[in-house]
Design a protein around this ligand. Structure first.
Ligand code: CP3
Length: 326
């Protein structure tokens, strides 16, 4: 059953709680939608607000981060906002240098190369202090949302962050990170535990700041087999889920490892094709109960905002239609 969100005198009451109810498995009037990377480079207003500033500088500026978080909500009938930041701010707060390169994406100039490097990482409590800017951006965004839609907070999962910290960026094989499981199993667990402890207090801090739903991205869960997942990812995800549930049972927690939902490349087509694909997707789930519409991956800079809008409207309209005929 959905837990009532606690009344928070700091903020206006929530007008649209579809995504919260859907996350608790309830039936909703229509399927709520948010879109991976809904704030970002496909929106001209994003480039305008960012004005050439470095990605992490934008994240640390609460005014800018909040403005950019709200941009897609102001343009489209979305059912949630997601705070503008990145999963890699956690390794950064633990003391690692992380750059966001224009074309190449995330880059760690000094990745972890052996268990000795773990000594260079800071304690979770020190990391938490450095993440205060995320909490400030969340609180400001909640104020500015004025109850229009819920605000999603998020973190990377321990394994996904470990992969970035060892690989130093994206990877095709994840050979270096996966080798740690076999070469240094104890150090792997120590690193994953350090990340887990940090993620728990980071997510708690996001809730205290005003986040109304939490999402954990285990983006590289599909790179490890079921045995390795059972040993090196799942126990840490469970620790996070249990800690958050114990403290904040009213806050839904979504773990996003293997993504379902629509292939973002379908949004390179037309209104008609998008409708057809959304219909197929929704019908394949059988019922609209407990569904949250989204894409399987993030939007690309080359996506057309108009067709992103068509996707959102298609999920709303087709799910309403399905509800009427059910
Ligand atoms: O609108 C939103 O979705 C909220 C903001 C958000 C960003 N990153 C901003 C961002 C979210 C939820 C993330 C999560 C994230 N970041 C994940 C998990 C989700 C997934 O995609 O699997 C991962 C793996 C990352 C790490 C990351 N950050 C990569 C691989 C990249 C480069 C890829 C790319 O799209 O360029 C980033 C950069 C990044 N994070 C951008 C944005 C808007 C683009 C950089 C820019 O605008 O300068």
């Amino acid at each position: 059953m959905a837990q009532q969100q606690k009344k928070d005198e700091r903020f206006a009451p929530l007008k649209n709680d579809l995504i919260i109810r859907a996350a608790f498995g309830q039936k909703t009037e229509r399927v709520p939608v948010w879109v991976m990377r809904q704030a970002g480079r496909y929106l001209p207003e994003y480039h305008e607000a960012k004005a050439g500033a470095d990605f992490f500088t934008v994240c640390r500026n609460k005014e800018l981060a909040s403005t950019i978080t709200l941009q897609p909500v102001e343009r489209f009938p979305l059912d949630a906002a997601i705070i503008f930041t990145d999963i890699l701010v956690v390794p950064q707060a633990l003391g690692m240098e992380v750059l966001m390169l224009e074309k190449a994406g995330p880059h760690f100039p000094h990745p972890l190369t052996s268990p000795d490097d773990l000594a260079k990482l800071d304690e979770p409590s020190a990391a938490l202090e450095r993440l205060n800017y995320v909490f400030e951006a969340i609180t400001l965004t909640r104020e500015r949302l004025a109850g229009r839609v819920p605000l999603i907070g998020f973190s990377g999962a321990p394994w996904t962050l470990m992969a970035y910290m060892i690989e130093g960026g994206g990877s095709k094989m994840f050979a270096k990170a996966k080798a740690w499981f076999y070469k240094y199993p104890e150090a792997s667990h120590a690193l994953l535990q350090r990340l887990t402890d940090t993620i728990i207090i980071y997510l708690e801090g996001q809730v205290a700041a005003g986040a109304q739903l939490l999402q954990i991205f285990d983006s590289w869960a599909n790179e490890i087999g079921p045995d390795v997942f059972a040993t090196f990812s799942k126990p840490y995800l469970l620790q996070i889920a249990r800690a958050l549930k114990a403290k904040h049972p009213e806050i839904p927690l979504i773990v996003c490892s293997l993504q379902g939902n629509l292939d973002p490349c379908a949004l390179y087509s037309s209104k008609e094709v998008i409708r057809e694909e959304v219909r197929k997707m929704l019908q394949s789930f059988g019922s609209t109960q407990g569904l949250i519409g989204n894409l399987g991956h993030g939007l690309h800079p080359s996506h057309d905002p108009q067709l992103v809008g068509e996707f959102i409207e298609a999920v709303h309209e087709i799910s309403e239609e399905m509800n009427r005929s059910a």
